[in-house]
Ligand binder design. Structure first.
Ligand code: ZN
Length: 180
């Protein structure tokens, strides 16, 4: 089992510095302080930070797993945070989960592998409904920090095998909503 926070915004937290060795070191230190095995870097509408940080981490900080990802806004009405999904770029394909769910359109749920049942930033979300949906629709239930400050990384995290996410991807192939 790995301790993974799969929804974080460390580059937004730092004011969007270039994903250099120094910037990644700051993120890695925050991950280690929490005693996590890794995080997904899921900046809004920008897969570049996650992808570049993951590359640097793999080379210089192999003790920490950085999964590249991106938080994406889907079409529809209402506030943007009601329509957001997170995509993780695993080696075998895209794993998508509904972030802090407020929008329960079936077509969106059908295009996800997982769903957040807890999000440290969105305490107003309906946790019990999200848990019900996870069970009914066989979505992987996730708890993430959605950290927008480095010290919030790991406020919530999952104890999960990476293989569980990979199996879900292989079972249900989804095209990415972002260009990677
Ligand atoms: Zn977020």
């Amino acid at each position: 089992m790995l301790k993974l926070d799969l929804h974080t915004h460390p580059f937004e937290a730092m004011g969007f510095p270039k994903p250099t060795y120094d910037a990644v070191e700051h993120v890695v230190m925050a991950v280690k302080r929490r005693g996590l095995d890794g995080i997904a870097i899921t900046e809004h509408d920008n897969p570049r930070y996650g992808l570049e940080a993951a590359k640097i981490a793999k080379e210089y900080f192999p003790e920490v797993l950085i999964i590249p990802g991106c938080e994406v806004q889907l079409g529809g009405v209402g506030p943007s945070y009601h329509r957001q999904v997170v995509e993780l770029y695993l080696e075998c394909g895209v794993f998508r989960f509904m972030a802090h769910p407020y929008d329960y359109r079936p077509e969106i749920l059908a295009s996800c592998h997982g769903i957040e049942v807890e999000n440290a930033l969105h305490s107003s979300m309906n946790t019990s409904l999200a848990r019900e949906l996870a069970e009914k629709l066989e979505l992987i239930a996730l708890r993430n920090s959605d950290a927008h400050r480095l010290q919030d990384i790991g406020l919530l995290y999952n104890e999960v095998e990476l293989e569980l996410l990979e199996e879900a991807v292989l079972k249900k192939r989804l095209p990415s909503k972002t260009t990677i």
